[in-house]
Structures are given as C-alpha cells and as structure tokens.
Design a protein. Structure first.
Length: 118
C-alpha cells in the first residue's frame, strides 16, 4: 500500500482521547486548575502528582523549582479550549500544557472518559 504524506493523510484523532500534561507551581494550584477543568467538562478526570522537581532554562539561566504535575484526561477536540482555560487560571507566564495522544486502554474506562467530556 502506498504511503501517504502527512499533508494528505486523513486526520484520525480529532475526537480521540488525550492526556493534557500540565505543570503547576504547587499542589494547590494544580488542584484548583484540575477541579475547574473537570467542573467545566473540559476534562473527565485530573490527576495531581505532587513533589516533582523541574530543571529548566529560563531567561538565560538554568533554574530549578519544585512543582506539581497535573494530568487532565480529555478529548483532542477539547484540547484548545482546555489550554486556553489553563492559561487563564495559571500563575505562570508560559505554562506547560502539552497534548499526549492515548493508544489502547480499558474500553469501559475510555467510554466513561468520552461520556464525561460530552
């Protein structure tokens, strides 16, 4: 079968399920953002992992900071709205919000995720 180029390949994840990986300055901030995303149905679930340490370059210097990770489970079609909402709620000038596509999973769980973000 001939390979298609990315420009002609049909989009297959428009309503696929994704994780939004988000970092926050504290557990409290991550919980506040996560709760808003779930209440607004932009995410079905939000997991907060406290105690993460980031090493990064910012304004020409190498920095280190304690942060929390927020993983929001949602649909790809909601990701832009979710990102905009995170930017509204976040204390950082440039918050980390990245989309991670999901592969296979427990069908019942994936159905629940779809239902809660409808």
């Amino acid at each position: 079968m001939p390979e298609t180029s990315p420009a002609t390949r049909p989009e297959t994840h428009d309503d696929g399920l994704v994780f939004a990986y988000i970092t926050a300055g504290s557990k409290e901030e991550a919980l506040r953002i996560g709760r808003s995303l779930v209440e607004e149905r932009l995410a079905a679930c939000a997991n907060v992992l406290d105690g993460m340490t980031s090493v990064y370059r910012w304004n020409g210097a190498v920095e280190q900071a304690d942060e929390a990770v927020l993983i929001a489970k949602t649909r790809s079609s909601l990701f832009d709205r979710l990102t905009a909402r995170v930017r509204d709620l976040h204390s950082y000038d440039t918050p980390c919000v990245v989309e991670l596509a999901l592969g296979r999973g427990n069908p019942d769980y994936l159905d629940w995720l779809r239902a809660e973000t409808a």
